[in-house]
Design a protein around this ligand. Structure first.
Ligand code: GLN
Length: 490
């Protein structure tokens, strides 16, 4: 009864008094203890979790009406500042940083009575697609290829957030998505991952990577759970000037699964001979399901798709180089003692940041430098506008866009790395939605011949998350993906 819980199921068990929040929490804490091989958690906040669970139980025994998330054990990517709980961004430079404040996103969850099990491993400062750039070591995907014991990456950067839900170490989790970091790991682990419209969710108190692209969102087992979490974390926040003034929406209660008369675009630029046959197969199957269920498929064109990735890998590092200048050994985290101030800055940053972060800071500094600003940064910004225009044109005629989420499935941790660009290519299908600020979701579709999950992506126009969730529910209910990884780690 306590395994593979969704938010909906947990809430039902609690409100019907079939089990206590403490029992559920203890069960998860035990499973986390047995999961060291996966390396999902950087910090387990067991005492706080037990306290929160007891408070839920008190509310239930007083017959207070509890909300859907009250007493539900979740875990957060270690990028969200949590009051009194270590927050590292998976970096050595923040290895001793205990915030005295709570990010808006996690504060919203706290207000609903969520039980926080701990903080999840990710790529350092959310830079990566493998979770291998973490100072705390890689996360191991709970899924394995059939008949092959090799460890696989869970995707990244929210690799811990995906692996922990897939391994059932928490009911659902929160991640962040700057170029695909929620959708790609969700796709690699057979889960639902949602990146909201830019501005839907406050960024306050979330460690910044590229501020014009970053959005927090849920990774969950079902579309319903994604709707519940999105509803909880979204809303205007005075502390984030880019957060939207839009009224909160009731995504969960308004969920319906009809796709009748919806027009769904399939971009011809996403079709390629390089796309693995099995991903192509599920993409075709999805198109068939949508048509059979009453939607109309339309071939569309997003002509600038091929320049999205290069533009992203200029804009994101540029913003990162600026955001990460605050880690100087003075205000936060690590300080390496040296004789002079300049030497202290240098040693702190050299020792505190890992290779990928240093690479991004150097690329970012280069493209922002006066001699190259026009050639790289301004050009990339122009491309960003063109990409947004492409989407604006398409959304005059369609309600959603349907594509694969990733160009490949989970790959071996020990895959030989030719160069960093090989990893950057993971984001080819996800990055355009970030550049255009659009909401997008990855939903599990099936397994490839090696038994590894494949996800498909839907993108809608800004603030059309309800349509995004409704189409996803239609696909989810038709496909009925219920596979789980075989437990080998405990
Ligand atoms: N993989 C992409 C990168 O490395 C996206 C990361 C993210 O979305 N945080 O930049």
């Amino acid at each position: 009864m306590l395994d593979n819980l969704t938010i909906e199921k947990t809430s039902k068990l609690l409100s019907e008094k079939q089990v206590s929040a403490l029992e559920i929490t203890n069960n998860y804490l035990k499973k986390i203890k047995d999961s060291n091989k996966l390396n999902c958690f950087i910090t387990v906040s067991d005492e706080k979790a037990i306290d929160a669970a007891k408070q839920t139980d008190k509310r239930i025994s007083n017959n207070e009406k509890i909300g859907l998330l009250d007493g539900v054990p979740l875990a957060y990517k270690d990028l969200f500042c949590t009051d009194g709980i270590l927050t590292t961004a998976s970096s050595k430079i923040l290895s001793n940083f205990i915030p005295t404040y709570e990010s808006t996103v996690t504060a919203n969850c706290k207000n609903q009575g969520v039980v926080v099990l701990g903080k999840l491993n990710c790529d350092e400062f959310a830079m990566g697609s493998t979770n291998k750039t973490s100072f705390y070591g890689p996360v191991i995907n709970p899924w394995k290829s059939i008949g092959n014991d090799e460890d696989l990456v869970p995707g990244g950067s929210s690799g811990g957030s995906a692996a922990a839900v897939a391994a059932d170490l928490c009911v659902a989790s929160l991640g962040t998505d700057t170029g695909g970091s929620i959708r790609q790991p969700a796709s690699f682990t057979g889960l639902v991952g949602l990146k909201p419209t830019y501005g839907r969710v406050s960024r306050w108190g979330t460690v910044a990577f590229a501020s014009s692209l970053d959005q927090a969102g849920p990774i969950s087992k079902t579309v319903e759970d994604a709707a519940i979490l999105l509803e909880t974390i979204s809303g205007h926040d005075n502390k984030d000037s880019t957060s939207s003034l839009k009224e909160n929406e009731l995504f969960y209660s308004n969920l319906n699964s009809s796709v009748k008369n919806l027009k769904i675009g399939v971009p011809k630029e996403y079709m390629s001979d390089d796309l693995p046959e099995e991903i192509q197969k599920f993409w075709n199957e999805g198109k068939k399901i949508l048509t059979e269920n009453g939607a109309e498929l339309v071939e569309i064109s997003l002509p600038s798709t091929n320049i999205a990735l290069p533009a992203y890998y200029i804009i994101a590092p540029a913003e990162a180089s600026s955001n990460l200048s605050r880690y100087d050994g003075v205000k936060y985290g690590l300080r390496v003692k040296e004789k002079s101030l300049i030497e202290m800055y240098e040693s702190t940053r050299s020792e505190g940041f890992g290779d990928e972060v240093k690479r991004r800071i150097m690329i970012g500094t280069y493209v922002l430098s006066s001699g190259y600003y026009d050639a790289y940064y301004i050009k990339a910004q122009k491309i960003r506008s063109i990409i947004k225009n492409d989407f604006d044109n398409v959304f005059k005629n369609v309600d959603a866009i349907f594509t694969p989420a990733t160009p490949n499935t989970a790959f071996p941790i020990n895959r030989e790395e030719v160069d960093p660009v090989q990893n950057y290519l993971n984001d080819i299908f996800t990055v355009p939605a970030n550049l255009a600020g659009l909401p997008a979701i990855s939903i599990p579709f099936g397994l490839d011949n090696s038994g590894l999950p494949i996800g498909m992506q839907l993108i809608t126009n800004s603030f059309e998350e309800q349509t995004l969730l409704n189409i996803s529910k239609n696909l989810q209910d038709t496909i009925n993906f219920s596979n789980q990884p075989t437990q080998w780690w405990a």
